[in-house]
Design a protein around this ligand. Structure first.
Ligand code: COA
Length: 702
């Protein structure tokens, strides 16, 4: 067992277990849990606790936790909510380490106060709380079934962590049907203390766990979660399913970006950033977990399809593109590898078509050629039932090749045909062989494998930090807060950018025509003039913006026009002055933003900017702590990225400037407590070496 697992080990590998609320009544949860612990074969000490004492299932019953008289590693509480706190007080006296609270009736029904009281007490007494509102914990290595789920759980390599209790219990049943063995299953429920990050800490180093499956409804303490998940995915696959897409409204209210930052999109992007493999359905999640247990990871990107039918080969090609699997394309090498195994009228291009008259021997020789060649990393073998040979004859092909090669490189079979074929598939599925009835199912499993392969080659570099003038930024924000504002005025937003070292158009606020002319002459033409007033949000509608001002006369008339029109638009508006600002040259328009996400904390976004940003929805999000390399790949992941590389003879854009701006926004959103949202739209990006600038900056504060 790995040594880096730490104190969380007591939850999964306790030496003693108490059941508070153990009952003789066979219909009660307190009986079922005790029974599961005993029937499951737990080797450590078991202490049933019930005020009536006596004996249950041959075990002495203690009348209170204090009567146990020695330290308990794991106590499972299954008494009604109103008795939980006193049970905890008794457990504190014997020094319980982990307390698994099965009981419902806490924060999930609004009883937050009692839950807080419990967790505060536990913290003060060095106890950790699992739950409340859970079904418990199962750990194969300790033969511990401290759940009120099924008595018998198939032991194996998959660990499940679930927020939903009922679904978690159902998953235990489902894994048995699917022949998936569990190394552990833990229900985290209300996550008042122990959460996914704690559990990942154990499971990532747990030698008997090959794959981790997380069922989430929401993320709390996102920063810890991101850190743990990132480390976990380097070590083993983490398959994530999430339901309960959270309130868009709350996000949308904050800023313009809010409506783009539907929390599920943020979640999805951050899962990818962490290397977690997100499944949309339970079926995919189970298929992938099972496949991860039986297959090795690929050692490269070159996959080959071997088929006796052109159509199914094309389907597999489409599926490969969908699931991000690169097909081997080297025509010369393919000829060399497969010439002897393919008839003259077959195809030596990927997919390799060994034709409808292929025999089991032909499959064996084509598979041998593919599986033994070092250039090929993964093999998909497709079979359409023909009269040439029956599905039964294919059994030996599958058995022989999986026995010889499945441990060496990923290999899947997809069989399509009638009843005999279906029977073969059922037999193989039961045995856990990589045999599928649908091409997309097979290829989606391979896709998951490839995502994990990418994790293994991923180089995690130190997050890049930026040197920003935090004192100056905080002073600007504090000024606005003192002014009772929840946003910064345009010039304040620009001043924040300048303090972070992000270039903004030169500008100055003026309060007279003379000042306007003097400032304009200093900045140079062309210029823009805009009204400055917290009472006028839509400046253009109010006639408060004049563009493309070319000389001093135009400055004067723009000044008069803005003042007159804005006063007419809103007579009682407090007009603080007029902003004279450098007119921005056109470039590639991006949107860059940062926000404190409700679940994850500091996040950043980048996307195609300009006025169509919400229509295009070409934006991506990340947790705001990234190496420079990650920032670059974030930018590369937006659909508009090719526009930055220079199309139709255009010069490539200054991507370095965008990287730099994102790194700086990460620093602002992480370090400046009072800034909740920043949105720069557009960031005007010029040709390589010419930089860019933040044109329109909005900052929300709290
Ligand atoms: N210490 C030890 N035993 C105690 C006790 C204490 N402080 N207080 C009460 N008990 C005993 C009771 O006497 C009873 O034993 P008995 O059958 O011998 O009389 C036993 O504990 C259970 O108490 P009871 O009042 O009968 O409760 P219950 O079994 O009907 O319900 C829960 C208890 C925890 C199951 C219930 O409150 C609950 O929360 N159910 C929902 C659970 C759930 O769905 N969790 C989420 C799953 S995903």
């Amino acid at each position: 067992m790995n040594d880096s697992i730490g104190e969380i080990r007591s939850l999964f590998e306790p030496e003693s277990v108490a059941v508070i609320g153990a009952s003789k009544n066979e219909s009660k949860i307190g009986f079922k849990i005790l029974q599961n612990i005993i029937v499951g074969g737990f080797k450590g000490e078991v202490y049933p606790v019930n005020p009536q004492g006596g004996e249950i299932l041959g075990k002495k019953v203690y009348t209170s936790a204090e009567e146990i008289g020695c330290r308990v590693d794991l106590a499972t509480i299954c008494v009604p909510a109103k008795f939980v706190f006193s049970a905890l007080e008794s457990l504190a006296k014997v020094g319980a380490r982990y307390v698994s609270i099965i009981t419902s009736g806490f924060s999930e029904v609004g009883n937050c106060e009692e839950e807080k009281k419990i967790v505060d007490f536990a913290k003060a007494n060095n106890m950790r709380i699992l739950g409340p509102n859970i079904f418990g914990v199962y750990s194969a290595g300790s033969s511990l079934n401290a759940t009120f789920g099924p008595k018998e759980i198939l032991a194996g390599d998959v660990a499940i962590v679930t927020q939903s209790g009922a679904l978690g219990l159902a998953m235990i049943g489902k894994t048995a049907v699917e022949n998936i063995g569990l190394s552990s299953i833990v229900s985290v429920g209300n996550k008042t203390d122990v959460d996914e990050a704690d559990v990942l800490e154990y499971l990532m180093h747990h030698d008997d766990t090959k794959v981790i499956m997380l069922y989430l409804e929401g993320v709390s303490r996102g920063e810890r979660f991101v850190a743990a998940l990132k480390r976990a995915t380097k070590l083993k696959p983490v398959v994530v399913i999430k339901s309960g897409r959270s309130k868009r409204g709350a996000m949308a209210a904050a800023s313009h970006t809010g409506s783009l930052a539907g929390s599920d999109e943020v979640f999805d992007c951050i899962m990818k950033q962490c290397g977690a493999i997100r499944a949309e359905s339970l079926k995919d999640a189970f298929d992938w977990c099972k496949f991860f247990c039986s297959s090795v990871l690929p050692k490269g990107n070159n996959a080959v399809i071997i088929t006796n039918g052109g159509g199914i080969g094309v389907l597999a090609t489409d599926a490969s593109e969908k699931y991000g699997i690169e097909l081997y394309d080297n025509a010369e090498e393919m000829k060399r590898i497969f010439a002897d195994a393919t008839p003259d009228f077959g195809s030596l291009k990927n997919p390799i078509d060994i034709t409808g008259q292929a025999t089991p021997e032909d499959y064996n020789s084509a598979l041998k050629a593919a599986l033994e060649d070092e250039h090929i990393s993964t093999v998909m073998s497709l079979y359409c039932e023909t009269a040439v040979f029956t599905a039964e004859s294919l059994i030996s092909v599958v058995e022989k090749n999986t026995a010889l090669y499945a441990g060496k490189k990923p290999l899947v079979f997809c069989l399509v045909g009638g009843e005999n074929t279906e029977q073969c598939i059922t037999k193989f599925k039961r045995e856990g062989a990589p045999v599928f009835s649908d091409v997309y199912e097979a290829v989606s499993c391979l896709g998951a494998l490839y995502r994990q392969y990418e994790n293994t080659v991923r180089v995690d570099k130190e997050p890049k930090d930026a040197d920003i003038d935090l004192a100056k930024i905080n002073a600007i924000v504090d000024g606005a807060l003192a002014d009772n504002r929840s946003f910064l005025l345009a010039h304040e937003g620009q001043a924040v950018m300048s303090a972070a070292g992000i270039r903004v158009p030169q500008s100055k606020n003026v309060t007279s025509v003379e000042q306007a002319v003097e400032t304009a002459e200093g900045i140079g033409y062309p210029l823009v003039m805009k009204v400055v007033s917290r009472d006028i949000l839509h400046k253009s509608d109010a006639g408060g913006v004049v563009l493309n001002i070319q000389n001093a006369d135009e400055v004067k008339s723009a000044y008069e026009s803005i003042m007159t029109k804005c006063r007419a638009y809103k007579a009682d508006a407090d007009i603080e002055g007029i902003e004279v600002v450098e007119m921005v040259k056109p470039g590639k328009e991006l949107i860059v933003g940062a926000r404190k996400d409700e679940s994850f904390g500091p996040t950043v976004m980048v996307g195609q900017g300009g006025i169509y940003v919400e229509v295009m929805k070409d934006v991506t999000f990340r947790y705001a702590s990234m190496s420079e390399c990650e920032v670059r790949s974030m930018i590369e992941s937006i659909k508009a990225y090719p526009l930055l590389t220079g199309v139709r003879g255009e010069a490539p854009s200054d991507v370095d400037m965008v990287v730099d701006a994102i790194v700086k926004l990460c620093a602002i959103i992480r370090k400046c407590d009072s800034i909740t949202d920043i949105e720069i739209n557009p960031v005007m990006v010029y040709a390589q070496g010419k930089g860019g600038m933040a044109v329109d900056v909005r900052v929300l504060i709290k």
